[in-house]
Design a protein around this ligand. Sequence first.
Ligand code: PLP
Length: 393
Amino acid sequence: MPSPAAAKPQPKPAEPFLPFTRPSIDDETIAGVAEVLRSGWITSGPQVKAFEAKLSDFFGGRPVRAFNSGTCTMEIALRIAGVGPGDEVITTPLTWVASSNVVLETGARPVFVDIDRATRTIDLDRVGAAVTPRTRAILPVDLAGLPVDRDRLYAIARGRGLRVVEDAAQSFGSTWKGRRIGAFGDFVSFSFHANKNITTCEGGCLVVNDEREARLAEQYRLQGVVRTGYDGMEVERVGGKFNMTDVAARIGLGQLPHLGEFLAKRRDLARAYFEEFDRPEARSLGIGLPPADFTDSNWHMFQVVLPEERVAIRRSGVMEQMHSAGIGTGVHYPAIHLFALYRRMGWKEGDFPNAEYVGRNILTLPLFPAMARDDVSRVVRALASILRKHRKP
Ligand SMILES: *Cc1c(COP(=O)(O)O)cnc(C)c1O
């Protein structure tokens, strides 16, 4: 006779939780970090220099400096460009709040321009009308790694004498007409935060135009200090504490050789998402898909826009049910102008309807190099089933 325990139905083995992103760091890199830790030199030193040299090669020889975040690289670019109190900087309301916070940090005012609903990035058709005599720079954001049209962007900037600070935090490895983002243009800022396509845990880099700007970037990076000879030290401007550690740089050096393979994997998974969303069960639900760009985008994220007019469930409910199904999702991002800080400065509901709609309904689905094709089917099946259950009559 079977024992009572054996007669009980066995619990179904739970599928492992699928996060929306996860870094891939190989053993060689981990060993390299251990070596740095044992070397006696753990903050900015030879690894940072080596990482900067590799990044400069990657960006076609342009000067590059590494920092401890992507955020500070944008603030420093604005400072090098001379942006300060009384100035305006044009940007998108649908981005990580860092993009506009850095403008406030300099004492300037962000000027938001609504997004294009299809690309979810700044609507370049509307930028011209936002330019005033106070405008000093445009700060576009390559959301999800999809590059903003660089030809049109630089035509607008040149025509009006504006600087550009590209928030390319998400577009490391993306291209524009066959050229790498960062290999051309004005200031180009990248982040190596844990969620980005290439990581140093935390970190970032700034591509500048010449050695003069590179020297200024170094001063803003570390207390404004300029060293000469063995004991010479001078300070002429206020700088912060934004230097990258050698530990972080060693991780970055271990990540770079994998970029091509990471990119190929992300593209394959993005293609799989389009295939799954094209099945009849999913297609009829009205889910908003990203542009199917397999030329320029690095597929930093795969984001859908939930069809709020068709379903009686809000995004938070969808996220909760996805979580119960063992699937992580994210929100990138709510519209910035509706945050309390920004409302106090005068922005309100209705100012940027496209960013508000997308900000309310956008949902980031799992996408990272170690994910499997089957995970994509599982995600789309779970999402479609939740939306079908809550479809309005
Ligand atoms: C990640 C990110 C940043 C900031 O990068 P940190 O390294 O976290 O400071 C800025 N803008 C966008 C669009 C980002 O995704």
